[in-house]
Design a protein around this ligand. Structure first.
Ligand code: LMR
Length: 396
């Protein structure tokens, strides 16, 4: 039977990991997959996480099943991180959070629940978006539509076009938004723009589904959720898919969560039952390890402070690499404008070169980026930035 199958194309982001590993050149640079690298090009385990892991190793006394919702403490901490510990939503029965296998698992469970709300349930996704959004949503049978997000000419959000489309979305449709550090553009909504999105949602009745995979890597842990909280504090229903891959560096531990805000506590119980049944048929229960570490870090004052400091260093390093990259490219200017890179947030920006130049950078110089020209700023450091800039200028 397997001879009936034809190969499918390799994932545009994860495929780069293998190609990069196989490249023998010592000068190669990985600007592909969204993984943080420190100033030495390494992706270390955060110290607070390592300490929590050591304590878990000493104290963990069972590996029994946790159940479909995962770790209850983790779910509470994540809800507080997103909605705010002082915010009544975090402790209200109108909201519920379910641990999920990474941000992708959270998105998939969320999409499964949406697909159960009605026949032909529809989700609107910004263009461009993370390469895995549409495949995840499509698998659940949801109808996919797009709204404009980014203007490639001005390197910024085309907010007028976005809002014009959002105003036409029918009540009961869902709209996927990036909470912060937009992937792939790095262009985030301002708080005024979030407020405008919020009033359009309350007029039209669409339901926001916010994907937040980079909380803390943009402007700060609380700052990065201000837009999301505007929606949560003013709309009756929304959904949030979150991830601890980047801000806790727990990539391979697959640690995420799906949260729902519902119009009543009765509704919330019903929604949770659907999320659990979706989880059961997809993967049964989420993996425990990462969530236990996050709960341990967030539940301990000293560890939490240490983690927040480390996260701030991550954010600051990315910011400084953004500035340095612009400065160096601008000094040797070939007429191309790269100034958007220093204004944008999080791990990614579009470099804005041609597909042919992307291929040349990889083939001639060993510099890997997604074909859309998305670069992971965290792959840049003071040892490789000159080679990177020279190579970019060479192919321009
Ligand atoms: C990325 O966008 O590079 C990361 O979120 C990793 C992934 O799974 O695509």
């Amino acid at each position: 039977m397997f001879e009936r199958l034809k190969s499918v194309p390799i994932d545009p982001i994860l495929g780069l990991m293998n190609a990069f590993k196989a490249d023998p050149r010592e000068t190669k640079i990985d600007l592909g997959v969204g993984v943080y690298q420190n100033s030495s090009g390494k992706t270390p385990i955060m110290t607070a996480v390592k300490k929590a892991e050591f304590a878990l190793h000493q104290n963990e006394n069972t590996k029994t099943y946790q159940g479909m919702t995962g770790d209850i403490d983790y779910n509470t901490h994540i809800s507080e991180l997103i909605f705010g510990s002082e915010n009544s939503i975090s402790n209200s029965d109108k909201s519920c959070t379910l641990q999920a296998p990474g941000g992708s698992g959270a998105l998939r469970v969320g999409a499964e629940v949406i697909a159960r709300t009605k026949e032909n349930a529809t989700i609107w996704i910004g263009d461009p978006t993370w390469a895995n959004h549409i495949p995840i949503m499509t698998k659940t049978g949801l109808k996919i539509k797009t709204y404009p997000y980014y203007d490639f000419k001005t390197h910024s959000i085309d907010f007028d076009a976005m809002i014009a489309q959002l105003k036409k979305i029918p009540a009961g449709d869902f709209v996927l938004l990036h909470g912060c550090c937009h992937n792939p553009t790095g262009a985030d909504l301002t708080l005024n723009q979030w407020s405008e999105v919020c009033s359009v949602a309350s007029q039209t009745g669409f339901i926001p589904f916010i994907d937040i995979a980079y909380q803390g890597l943009g402007n700060g842990l609380d700052e990065d959720v201000q837009g999301l909280r505007i929606l949560a504090n003013n709309l009756p229903e929304l959904m949030v898919a979150s991830s601890c891959s980047k801000n806790f560096g727990l990539y391979r531990e697959r640690t995420g969560a799906i949260s729902f805000l519902c119009s009543s506590d009765v509704q919330s119980k019903i929604v949770l039952s659907h999320a659990m049944s979706a989880a059961r048929s997809l993967y049964s229960m989420p993996p425990a390890h990462g969530a236990l570490l996050v709960a341990a870090v967030l539940g301990d004052h000293a560890l939490r402070q240490e983690w927040e400091k480390e996260l701030e260093q991550v954010r600051r390093r990315i910011e400084s690499m953004r500035k340095m990259l612009c400065q160096k490219l601008e000094t040797n200017n070939h007429g191309q404008d790269f100034s958007h890179i220093k204004m944008q947030k999080g791990m990614f920006s579009f470099l804005g070169i041609t597909p042919d130049q992307v291929t040349k950078l990889r083939d001639i110089h060993g510099i890997y980026m997604v074909s859309s020209t998305r670069i992971n700023i965290a792959g840049i450091n003071i040892n490789n930035i000159d080679y990177l800039c020279d190579s970019i200028l060479d192919v321009l």
